[in-house]
Design a protein around this ligand. Structure first.
Ligand code: HEC
Ligand code: HEC
Length: 252
């Protein structure tokens, strides 16, 4: 690193608190038409997944209690829940994202086999629960037991990686607004996920998006739900603190 680059990096670090105010949600980088479509429940295809999730939430099979048996009036009782994930699970001390919490209820409270990451069921339920917090400000806990995870996520975000030797920060802070293969580089905010992506022809999780970014710089793609991506997800959520949750997002 040249002295000037080092200075620049130092400045960036020093002004993190100030720049955090300017971080914009993913929708700010969409065309006006796509932005309208994202906010319109009738025209955003992600809501098909939300509807399937809502249906599954109330479905009982045999002796298994439905989600709604324990989470009555979800529109009220789970409103805002998604804004507080990832969070450290009090019981295990592990970092759980929303998908992880839902799988925990599935296996421990419904006593059923896990749905599996990226299954239609888990995507639907996650999109549904997230949609109940649409417009609510992100508010993850970053101190106490969450702190080491946050720091690991921050380190990941700043580490250069892959054959292209690029960090997340180099694209999502330093090159915001630039074009890359037809995309406009955004601040890399997580609040639109699960999101409907035209390229996927369906809804995908944040970890699917992260795997695409890892592949883009020819770096290791971690598994869905891997600790590395969970820590990164916490850092992204902390970075987006106060921004409105906008899942299901609509992306190219
Ligand atoms: C070579 C540049 C580049 C690097 C490095 C990179 N990304 Fe991305 N990322 C993109 C592009 C391009 C997109 C799609 C357009 C957009 O939303 O920014 C994207 C999208 C995203 C999104 C989705 C934003 C949204 O609202 O849909 C997230 C989150 C994200 N990146 C996080 C990361 C993280 C975390 C890292 C580091 C592991 C990373 N990216 C590394 C280029 C990059
Ligand atoms: C037998 C009761 C029971 C069932 C069935 C159940 N849950 Fe839960 N769920 C709970 C309890 C209790 C908690 C609080 C756990 C904690 O905080 O440690 C919880 C927590 C949650 C949370 C986190 C709420 C928050 O504010 O952090 C979500 C989301 C959730 N459940 C979704 C689901 C979904 C989706 C299903 C169905 C697949 C489901 N639950 C089935 C009892 C249940």
């Amino acid at each position: 690193m040249t002295t000037r680059a080092a200075l620049f990096a130092g400045l960036l670090l020093a002004t993190t608190a100030a720049t955090a105010q300017e971080i914009k949600p993913g929708s700010a980088f969409l065309s006006p038409e796509m932005r309208r479509q994202q906010s319109d429940e009738a025209r955003n295809p992600g809501f098909l997944w939300v509807e399937q999730g809502e249906e599954l939430f109330s479905r009982r099979s045999g002796e298994t209690p439905a989600c709604i048996a324990c989470h009555a009036e979800p529109g009220r009782s789970l409103k805002g829940a998604a804004t507080r994930y990832p969070q450290v699970d009090a019981g295990s001390g592990k970092l759980l994202n929303l998908e992880g919490r839902i799988e925990q209820c599935r296996t421990q409270r419904q006593k059923q086999a896990a749905f599996g990451y990226e299954s239609p069921e888990l995507l639907g339920l996650t999109a549904y629960v997230a949609s109940l917090s649409r417009g609510q400000p992100m508010s993850v806990t970053t101190d106490g037991a969450a702190k080491p995870y946050l720091e690991a996520g921050r380190a990941f975000y700043e580490r250069r990686q892959g054959q292209l030797n690029l960090s997340c920060r180099q694209c999502h802070d330093d090159l915001v607004g630039e074009k890359l293969r037809g995309d406009t580089i955004s601040h890399g905010v997580s609040t639109g996920y699960p999101a409907y992506r035209l390229e996927w022809n369906g809804v995908g999780s944040l970890h699917r998006r992260l795997r695409a970014c890892s592949l883009g710089v020819r770096a290791t793609q971690f598994d869905y739900g891997a600790p590395e991506y969970l820590a990164l997800e916490l850092y992204l959520a902390a970075r987006a603190k106060g921004l409105p949750l906008e899942s299901p997002g609509l992306r190219r």
